[in-house]
Design a binder for this molecule. Structure first.
Ligand SMILES: [Zn+2]
Length: 463
């Protein structure tokens, strides 16, 4: 079943030609390598952990099948490999000494480092995944810290990906949980695309949509089993993550897999949240908390009658470009982040006249789009329960963020990316602040959590 889906998805992908998922899939590495790269020599790249878990075996299999191989490149296990440009330079220098095809054996960070290094040497590569920890295996682009800022550097996705379920099942629980949270975020990102589509901002591409959304409920349906190490649940998760990456390749944009929940994650990432924790706070865990936050916001937004907004009043108080820029600058403290946010915000800025048109259109489409978004979403409480069952954090405290900074993220995340999401809809409809206030009011979704948290603390103090 899953195999057919992947095969069909590969027809739509631009970079990736071959994906193998299954128990014992690692055995297929030599054959796939030969199919995709012919007689080229192979070059295993891993870190000390992933080399032990799978890299040594991949090297042995390649040698055993008669492939020419180069001495593997193994990054140290400690300190944990960080996605910084210096590592790309190191690997690139090594790649320039030969013409072998890199075989990345590892997960997110290692894959990103090899992806970009190989691209800088104009060389394709393949990847053997060691954890179902994020959807980047089959995605283009690498998330790397360069010049003090986390950025997405362009580079194609791997030509081939192998994911052996026996290896993935043995990965640290937090890594699998992170992948689950990254996948669960497609629930809210899909809702954001429905809204952008309805408002004529970004039309839905049926192929890109189907690859990520058609089987999402099945892939995310067994969080507790996943946590318990169930093979089928792990298979569903990795299939969903690989299909998400292929969806991005097909549509040539991360719109298929990333919405406002990722903007929460990206903002926190750019501010270095959890960077120095051991292990560092994962992408997926930030996305998971962002997903609960956005699902809760949607509940407030969907309660409203956006068909009868006072458009004239909203036009009156809509900021000019200059006012918008000032407001963005006032919300950020780091200069690089501030400049980037201004650029992104102004790229999606619309004048008061366009605002009126958009809100009129919103009035016309609201009943229909509201129905579609409701069908797409799940209650925020349910998303929180699913994350919890998978072993993921579900609120700001668990990722080291204060309630105050968390509440401010709703407004600030809207500024850092030009992608149109529910945050833009709420801002333009003049309801963002009101909705956030409701969420943090004593009986609101987060207000109840804040109260529960303080009650818990008092109890602890008594002891
Ligand atoms: Zn993601």
């Amino acid at each position: 079943m899953g195999e057919q889906r992947i095969e069909a998805a590969l027809q739509e992908a631009t970079d990736t030609q071959n994906v193998s998922i299954g128990v014992g899939a690692m055995d297929s590495v030599p054959e796939i390598f030969k199919e995709v790269f012919g007689q080229a020599p192979a070059f295993v790249v891993a870190d000390e952990n992933t080399f032990e878990v799978a890299g040594r075996e991949v090297q042995r299999l390649l040698e055993g099948a008669g492939h020419t191989t180069i001495e593997p490149y193994v990054f140290p296990a400690e300190p944990p490999l960080y996605a910084e440009y210096a590592n790309i330079e190191k690997l690139r220098d090594s790649l320039r000494e030969h013409d072998a095809i890199p075989v990345a054996v590892g997960s997110g960070t290692l894959n990103d480092i090899v992806k970009r290094s190989a691209h800088e040497c104009e060389r394709p590569y393949m990847c053997v995944g060691t954890a179902a920890s994020m959807d980047g295996y089959t995605a283009f682009g690498a998330s790397i810290e360069k010049d003090g800022l986390k950025q997405t550097l362009s580079c194609p996705a791997p030509r081939a990906v192998v994911a052996d379920l026996e290896v993935l099942k043995g990965a640290p629980g937090d890594m699998t949980a992170s992948g689950y949270a990254d996948l669960l975020g497609k629930v809210t990102s899909g809702a954001d695309w429905l809204i952008a589509d309805a408002l004529g901002v970004e039309e839905i591409d049926n192929t890109g949509w189907a690859l990520v959304q058609d089987h999402l409920r099945e892939w995310i349906g067994n969080p507790a089993e996943l946590r318990a190490g169930d093979g089928e649940a792990t298979g569903h998760l990795i299939e969903g993550l690989i299909m998400s990456g292929l969806g991005m390749q097909s549509y040539q944009s991360s719109r298929t897999a990333s919405g406002a929940e990722h903007q929460f994650s990206h903002l926190w990432e750019m501010e270095g949240l959890g960077k120095d924790a051991a292990p560092p706070l994962s992408h997926g865990f930030k996305v998971g908390v962002g997903t609960v936050a956005i699902a809760a916001l949607y509940e407030r937004v969907l309660e409203r009658e956006l068909g009868d907004l006072d458009i004239a009043a909203l036009r009156e108080c809509w900021p000019t470009r200059e006012e918008m820029e000032r407001s963005v600058r006032a919300q950020h403290t780091s200069p690089e982040l501030e400049d980037g946010a201004v650029e992104q915000t102004l790229a999606k800025y619309i004048g008061a006249g366009e605002l009126v048109q958009r809100l009129q259109l919103l009035g016309e489409v609201w009943p229909e789009v509201r129905g579609k978004v409701r069908a797409q979403l799940m209650p925020a409480a349910q998303i929180r329960e699913m994350l919890e069952a998978a072993g993921c954090p579900t609120g700001p405290g668990e990722i080291g963020l204060s309630w105050e900074d968390f509440a401010a993220t709703y407004a600030r995340a809207q500024t850092i990316r030009k992608r149109y999401t529910v945050l833009d809809l709420a801002l333009e409809a003049g309801i963002l602040e009101g909705c956030v206030d409701e969420l943090f009011a004593p009986e609101g979704f987060w207000g109840r959590a804040v109260a529960g948290c303080f009650r818990g603390r008092e109890k602890n103090d008594d002891r």
